[in-house]
Ligand binder design. Structure first.
Ligand code: PHE
Length: 509
């Protein structure tokens, strides 16, 4: 009967985990089955671990979450005034942000299609728009010889304008006649005219700039039509500047506007999950030292408050980072160990710069969004909330790989100095003069995490990762690394749901 119900989508099946339709376990699933919810020890209180506990808890599973750090959320970490961190090198920082100011040191943006939005809705976490691209933010490619920043809108008008001009000329000269009918050609030309804001056939399809680039003097009342930004660079100058490389970002499935953030900080999500799971089910400061699976259960040993303790449950979900689990004693076999070691940890870092005034809004007319650079600070994020308030926190760098490692190697004060020196080149002296305080965070140096995310060669379904996807005995594995949305909370939610569905189906079978 269960199998039939499963086929009808009325009972959980292993297959259901792999399809879009997720159904949370529910107490009613056990009615008339003679089965009961099991006990589950969940290692890791990040988004995947908390979600597993939350979803299993809906059906009455007896879950215990063991979290090594003193707080839940994992890489979902919002820094506010008074928060203190000590990195693996022993560098200690205390944030001095003013009340209401914060830095989302980890995840900071959510696409509309992501499960993260469903959890915000279900858990009552209010969201607001996160500005992921802004026509008025800047581009500054120092190594390409730019001496002043250019606005996104200006750079885009020039790139799209010249691409349109070149393609229109080629099309009109018959270079594409093998691909296009006469009708196609006219339609393409009419598209290119609007796409690039270029002249028509009689103007030789030329791009000559225009209002899209922006205004030196804004349009105003009658008599003040405004002054269009002049000095349109030539085609070769535009491509030499390299500004075009930033425009594909906004088309990405995971990065396209509109994007969202929780009101008040990204950690509203793990806070809500933690509340829903229940504090009594979560042990923080519990560092797991051994996972031993047996035919009838799993024993997890952990250190807490200087003492060694252990916990035995029917099942275990290992929802800690693979690099950390790889160094934890276990009896799960060499295939598991090889899979864990095949997950490659990545670097990423951010600095939050709190300013005494919102000069980027007042003086630069930038309300949220991202300035792109080829300097090693990589990206500068302006806050997407608190517009027109007195103070605000800018993300002064968000970088990955070697650039993140370069900043990570510096002491926090030096990171600030380097980020500010680079930011001054784009924004002028206010970038230094208005600074109130800063706080930087580097994930490779964060105890119990030691990675921003992991990359899996060949993707999560490459054969080497099968033991992690299938689980071993009574131990399952969860985390964004076991998803197609690595470095997104969506991946952690999806992975947790998959494991919950599998575990529940097994208990029911
Ligand atoms: N999710 C992270 C971010 O948006 C990391 C990431 C960047 C993941 C780009 C995929 C693509 O910054």
């Amino acid at each position: 009967m269960l199998a039939t119900m499963g086929a009808l989508g009325l009972a959980p099946t292993a297959h259901a985990a792999d399809t879009a339709a997720y159904r949370a376990p529910s107490p009613g699933d056990f009615a008339l089955t003679g089965r009961a919810a099991a006990s589950v020890v969940i290692v890791g209180g990040g988004v995947a671990g908390l979600t597993a506990a939350y979803e299993l808890g809906k059906a009455g599973y007896d879950c215990t979450v063991l979290e090594a750090r003193d707080r839940t959320g994992g890489r979902n970490f919002t820094v506010r005034g008074g928060d203190t961190t000590t990195d693996t090198l022993g560098q200690r920082q205390t944030a001095r942000f003013s009340p209401g100011q914060y830095l989302n040191a980890g995840p900071a943006r959510i696409a509309q299609w992501m499960l993260t939005m469903d959890y915000c809705r279900e858990l009552g976490v209010p969201v607001e728009v996160f500005t992921n691209s802004n026509a008025d933010a800047y581009i500054f490619n120092e190594s390409a010889g730019m001496t002043a920043p250019v606005r996104h809108r200006t750079a885009k008008a020039d790139v799209y304008g010249y691409v349109a001009e070149l393609l229109a000329k080629a099309t009109d000269q018959g270079a594409l006649d093998a691909e296009l009918t006469a009708e196609d050609r006219e339609r393409l030309l009419s598209f290119l005219r609007s796409y690039g804001s270029i002249g028509g056939r009689t103007e030789g399809w030329r791009y000559t700039g225009g209002g899209r680039r922006g205004y030196a003097e804004n349009p105003g009342a009658a008599g003040t039509p405004g002054t269009v930004l002049g000095d349109v660079p030539g085609v070769s100058e535009v491509f030499a500047s390299g500004v075009g490389r930033y425009f594909s970002f906004e088309f990405g499935y995971d990065q396209a506007m509109l994007m969202f953030q929780p009101v008040g900080g990204m950690d509203r999500i793990p806070e809500a999950l933690t509340r829903a799971v229940g504090a009594r089910r979560i042990r923080t400061g519990a560092e797991v030292t051994d996972i031993t699976g047996r035919a009838d259960g799993v024993t997890v040993t952990y250190r807490s408050g200087g003492r060694t303790r252990s916990l035995t449950a029917d099942y275990c979900i290992a929802a800690l980072p693979p690099n950390i689990l790889a160094r934890t004693a276990h009896n799960l076999g060499s295939a598991v160990q090889s899979a864990l070691e095949a997950c490659v940890p990545s670097s990423a870092g951010k600095i939050g710069l709190e300013y005494r005034s919102r000069w980027w809004e007042n003086d630069h007319r930038i309300y949220g969004g991202i300035t792109e650079t080829d300097m090693d600070l990589a990206h500068i994020w302006y806050p997407s909330h608190g517009f027109h308030e007195r103070r605000g926190v800018i993300v002064g760098y968000y970088n990955t790989g070697a650039a993140a490692d370069a900043y990570a190697a510096l002491a926090p004060r030096e990171r600030e100095a380097r980020a500010v020196a680079q930011g001054v080149k784009i924004h002028g002296e206010a970038y230094r003069a208005e600074l109130a305080s800063s706080f930087s965070h580097h994930w490779r140096q964060t105890p119990h995490l030691e990675a921003a995310w992991h990359s899996l060669r060949g993707g999560p379904d490459a054969p080497v990762f099968a033991p992690l996807n299938e689980g071993v005995g009574r131990v399952y594995f969860a985390g964004d690394h076991l998803s197609y949305a690595i470095a997104w909370q969506h991946g952690a939610f999806a992975s947790a749901r998959k494991v919950v569905t599998r575990l529940h189906a097994r208990v029911m079978s």
